[in-house]
Structures are given as structure tokens and as C-alpha cells.
Design a protein around this ligand. Structure first.
Ligand SMILES: [Zn+2]
Ligand SMILES: [Zn+2]
Length: 273
């Protein structure tokens, strides 16, 4: 393995504590050290929609315990943060706020996986008008930012996971006002925008969101991003994170490397509202 010259971070990782994770906390830590990551943030799923397959899956107490154990074992070599990926649906905003109220988290990631009460999927998208789905999706992303609940807005343009069309959103003029509105809401909320490398190994073969959209975010006044692989197994942990960090920094974005970063709000759900 070549020497690591700059610090490397992966701030979006699932383990078997998430309903769809395939590696244990311990396996992720060992792999992270092996590939030269300096810091990781676990972002286990928290779904507050009773109809979601992940509803009730996360045992928060067990999660805290496993992170503490991992820090004891690997803390000298690896900085380990404890985050959460909350599925955002505006109709469950009160439940999300209540759940966050007594949690101690380093990073709260808000991600939209549903529109109109239906989970985004290839099948669901195939049945409906794509522009309409995008408009509903972008509106829900805007609401997620405006809720003030999240320190980071996750994997914008999640829809391309299912269409495989990497640049549909970038090039569609009809969707541009809704996209800009969502990005402006992210900026106004002082949340960071996540850039996920997961799409690099999926059929769209591109970041989520694309780098065109990351540049648009910057042009509109966005300053901060987090970077994560959204790994559900160890094989893809840290995919492309070092390169992405370099290109984000090159265009003048601040890549969040620690929740203690002054521009970062670790757990906004705990703020008095
Ligand atoms: Zn997600
Ligand atoms: Zn995820």
C-alpha cells in the first residue's frame, strides 16, 4: 500500500446494526485501518415510518456500546464518530425531532428515500413520470433542509441510483428551479451537503450528486461538504474518498473532517426550537 500523504475520511457507513448492513462494527474498523482511513463516521439507519423495513431495527443502546468498544480497541489508529442517517419524510418530522431530542450524536445526516409516502425504487420510478418524481423529491429535500434537523443533507439525486442516468438532473431545465431551491435551502440551513461516492460503483458511475451539482451548490454560496462511501459492506469502504476530497478542496469547498469543525452542527435536533 502506498503511503498516505493526506488524511482520509469516510463519513457515511452502515454496519449490521442497520437492517441492510453486512459487516460488523469491528470488521469496518479493521478494514478502515487496512486501507488507510484516518477517521470514519458510522451512520446507521433510523427509520421512523412504521411501514419501512428498517423501522424499529436499530438498537441505539447497543450502537453506543459498540462505538465505545471500537474506540477502545482502535482509537489509537482510527478516529471513530457516531452518526445517524435519518430517513426524512416531512410527515414524520415531529417523530424525527422527538427521537433526536435525547441522543448524543456526532453527525446527523438527513436523507430522502421516499416521495409521496412511497419508497423510491426502480419499479416505483418505472410506473410514474420521472420529472414529477424529481419535483416531489427535490421539494422533500428542500423541506429536510428547512426542518433544521440535520447537520448534513445526504446523497442528493438519490433517484439516479434507480434510473442509472447520471446526468438527468444536471441537464433538465424544467427541474433547475426546484434543484436551486433545494440547494439554497441547504445553504440557508447551514447544513453541509454530502457528496457520496457510492454511485461510482453503481450503474450511474457518478457521484451523488454529480460534480456539476456540487459546483452549482458552490456558485449559489455553499461552502461545506462531507464525503462518504455509503458502504453497506467492507468491500466498498472508502471508495474514491481521497480523490473526491482533493477535487472538492480544489474548487474551494471546505470538506468536513471532524464534527468539531466550527461550521458544523453535530446534532441540531437537540437545539431548543
Ligand atoms: Zn440513504
Ligand atoms: Zn446510507
Amino acid at each position: 500500500m502506498s503511503a498516505v500523504t493526506t488524511a482520509m475520511f469516510d463519513f457515511h457507513i452502515h454496519t449490521t446494526l442497520s437492517c441492510d448492513g453486512r459487516c460488523t462494527t469491528d470488521e469496518v474498523c479493521r478494514k478502515a485501518i487496512e486501507i488507510g482511513l484516518d477517521a470514519i463516521c458510522f451512520t446507521e439507519h433510523m427509520d421512523l415510518d412504521p411501514a419501512d423495513p428498517g423501522y424499529g431495527f436499530l438498537n441505539y443502546g447497543q450502537y453506543c456500546q459498540q462505538v465505545e468498544e471500537a474506540r477502545r480497541h482502535y482509537g489509537a489508529k482510527l478516529t471513530i464518530f457516531k452518526g445517524i442517517e435519518i430517513d426524512y419524510q416531512s410527515r414524520f418530522e415531529d417523530e424525527i425531532r422527538d427521537w433526536l431530542a435525547d441522543k448524543e450524536l456526532d453527525l446527523v445526516l438527513g436523507s430522502v428515500h421516499y416521495v409521496d409516502g412511497a419508497m423510491l425504487s426502480e419499479e416505483m420510478i418505472g410506473r410514474r413520470d420521472l420529472d414529477k418524481i424529481y419535483l416531489l423529491y427535490l421539494d422533500e429535500v428542500r423541506r429536510s433542509a428547512e426542518s433544521g434537523l440535520f447537520g448534513v443533507i445526504g446523497h442528493l439525486d438519490y433517484i439516479k441510483k434507480f434510473t442509472g442516468d447520471a446526468r438527468y438532473l444536471d441537464s433538465n431545465e424544467q427541474l433547475r428551479p426546484a434543484l436551486e431551491k433545494a440547494l439554497r435551502a441547504v445553504i440557508a440551513s447551514r447544513a453541509a451537503l454530502e457528496v457520496s461516492t457510492k454511485g461510482l460503483v453503481a450503474k450511474s458511475r457518478d457521484y451523488r450528486p454529480s460534480f456539476n451539482i456540487v459546483r452549482l451548490y458552490k456558485r449559489l454560496g455553499g461552502r461545506t461538504v462531507t464525503i462518504g462511501s455509503d458502504a453497506h459492506d467492507c468491500q466498498v469502504l472508502g471508495t474514491g474518498v481521497a480523490k473526491l476530497q482533493r477535487i472538492c478542496e480544489k474548487i474551494g469547498l471546505l470538506v468536513i473532517t471532524s464534527p468539531s469543525n466550527p461550521t458544523f452542527r453535530p446534532s441540531p435536533g437537540r437545539r431548543a426550537r
